[in-house]
Design a protein around this ligand. Structure first.
Ligand code: CA
Length: 383
């Protein structure tokens, strides 16, 4: 089999109500989607991560100018071989960021093609399914005015519980005092329920502020404290992991086995959160998750993308072994973004849905996706 064409679909939609996380205001949701076509008629879907502050045109340019020439005529049934070709040929200007996101998109599409060719879900090709369903946690609590939204966010917590979530992740990083007020309000609101919380500051703090926030939240039973400091500051990750009695999570802004090797050997994380659409796709995720297992580090993939990113992430989660075997092990969770995303649910006929607190993992071939092309046209960037 050989790759004959790569169609790039950068899509974007402005939000009616912009929202904020600690790094800025999100005015549009975007995605860089790719469709890798082959001489057999089989084509596969992939996605490059595009966070709320980044144009989908960046990864699209990498795919068009750097990766397309490397991948045309390559065999998509040998994704490991193609991955190293893409990584090696972009090393001097790549290794991180949008270049790795672009590699991720093509790699995911190749695994989708392989799954369709072998008539197996990607999880089976990765080694098999440890689970057919996964518990999602709600990622939410974005801001619509900035600080001082503790009451509204407590109401949001109750809404997530009504919607069937038992775990939810609160966006913090709006100043330690404001963060503490928000958490006190949410903890009060959910008192008496079985809900559990995580917090995510999106690397808004230095180590002293992160330590102060962690100390203030020490009694809230947090499942984890995510991205307390910038990803470059591995020393502070290690310091916080030593200082706080809260599991430290990170890795959504780290890439490839090389980047995670540094974090793992130095002891930065209790929980690693590679994003399939930016860490380097399934091929890099295999390297990273095998290494995490050897270090005894749990993996909960980060996902904040379109339906393609969600479907891919579910296949990876199905194939993740539990890190610490026992009768009642801690299972991986699915990050379920509850923020506004105009085209996420419309992009496919089988969007992710919550049933009895669980999300079922597709056992259809490949990613199990059927993509609505009208949505690609409707939201195409630059129209
Ligand atoms: Ca995060």
């Amino acid at each position: 089999m050989r790759i004959t064409d790569i169609e790039i679909h950068p899509i974007s939609s402005r939000l009616d109500t912009p929202f904020a996380f600690s790094q800025g205001w999100v005015h549009q949701r975007s995605a860089t989607l790719v469709e890798v076509k082959t001489d057999t008629g089989i084509s596969g879907w992939g996605e490059a991560f595009s966070q709320g502050l980044e144009s989908p045109a960046i990864a699209a340019a990498v795919i068009e100018h750097a990766l397309q020439p490397l991948t045309l005529d390559a065999d998509p049934l040998q994704p490991e071989v193609l991955w190293w070709k893409m990584y090696n040929h972009t090393r001097d200007y790549g290794r991180k960021g949008s270049v790795l996101s672009a590699i991720s998109a093509i790699d995911i599409a190749c695994w989708d093609i392989a799954g369709q060719f072998y008539q197996q879900p990607v999880a089976t090709l990765l080694g098999g399914r440890f689970r057919d369903a996964v518990e999602p946690y709600a990622t939410g609590f974005y801001r619509i005015s900035g600080q001082g939204e503790a009451d509204r966010l407590a109401d949001e917590a109750l809404r997530h519980i009504d919607n069937g979530f038992r775990k939810m992740k609160v966006k913090l990083g709006f100043g330690v005092d404001d963060d503490i007020a928000v958490m006190e309000s949410i903890v009060r609101a959910i008192d008496g329920t079985s809900a559990e919380l995580m917090v995510d500051v999106n690397h808004a703090y230095g180590r002293s502020e992160a330590r102060s926030l962690g100390d203030a939240l020490a009694d809230t039973g947090l499942l984890w404290f995510e991205e307390p400091v910038v990803p470059e500051d591995i020393d502070s990750y290690c310091y916080l992991r030593e200082s706080l009695n809260i599991p430290i999570a990170g890795g959504e802004n780290e890439h490839s086995a090389y980047g995670f090797r540094e974090c793992f050997t130095r002891g930065a994380f209790d929980i690693a959160q590679p994003d399939l659409c930016s860490c380097g796709g399934f091929t890099a995720a295999r390297h990273i998750t095998a290494m995490a297992q050897a270090f005894g580090i749990r993996v909960n993939p980060h996902v904040w993308g379109s339906a393609i990113a969600q479907a891919a992430s579910l296949q990876l989660i199905a194939a993740l072994p539990t890190t610490h075997h026992s009768l009642f092990p801690t299972e991986p969770l699915l990050e379920y973004d509850t923020s506004s995303h105009p085209f996420r649910n419309d992009l496919t006929e089988n969007p992710v849905t919550l049933n009895n607190g669980q999300v079922t993992i597709s056992d259809a071939p490949g990613l199990g996706l059927s993509v609505n092309r009208d949505v690609l046209k409707q939201y195409r960037l630059g129209q």
